[in-house]
Design a protein around this ligand. Structure first.
Ligand code: IMP
Ligand code: MG
Length: 173
């Protein structure tokens, strides 16, 4: 099946917003080192663009968790599919997420990582769909708040497709 995709946030808008986020993050972490935890796979495009523009020293690690199958419905819990390679104890950690929807993923992930004693633990997300929130979770940095629509592109997929679109789009119909 081939879905119709309509542009919601253009490539230029996304790039400009990522620059703003990177500037703020660089100021907030001045004099520190920042350890990015990138949530596979959706956050990879966002994380690369963000990390390139952060001016404090950055280290990166990757984790894969799932709360979604191939469809559009949340399972209500997370499974860790790929663990971090490194310890986060004593580090200033920033979780890089593509989108906060129900909040389930970040709620469970934040609890899990807080138990590993990082010096600090914050969250940056490219997109936030506040209307769909089930779990209370505060993000520290957010690119765009969007309405309750299923979006693809800039790392986000529908059944593993469309991650490579350079903009945020909406599946029509
Ligand atoms: P949450 O646990 O419900 O907050 O869902 C977070 C995860 O669901 C995200 O990291 C995405 O992988 C996926 N997700 C939620 N909404 C969308 C969407 O609109 N498009 C693509 N993936 C989404
Ligand atoms: Mg994700």
């Amino acid at each position: 099946m081939n879905e119709q995709i309509e542009v919601m946030i253009s490539e230029q808008q996304v790039d400009e917003r990522i620059c703003e986020l990177a500037n703020r993050i660089s100021k907030d972490y001045e004099g520190k080192e920042l350890h990015l935890i990138i949530i596979l796979k959706g956050s990879v495009f966002f994380a690369c663009e963000l990390a390139k523009r952060i001016t404090v020293p950055v280290t990166m690690d990757f984790m894969s968790v799932s709360s979604y199958g191939d469809g559009m419905v949340s399972a209500g819990h997370i499974t860790v599919k790929k663990e971090l390679d490194e310890d986060i104890e004593g580090k200033d950690v920033l979780i890089v997420e593509d989108i906060v929807d129900s909040g389930n993923t970040l709620f469970h992930l934040k609890n899990l990582l807080e138990g590993r004693s990082p010096a600090s633990l914050k969250i940056v997300t490219l997109l936030d769909k506040p209307d769909r929130r089930v779990k209370e979770i505060a993000t520290d940095y957010c690119g765009f708040e969007i309405e309750d629509k299923f979006v693809v592109g800039y790392g986000l997929d529908y059944a593993q497709k469309y991650r490579n679109l350079p903009y945020i789009g909406v599946i029509e119909g």
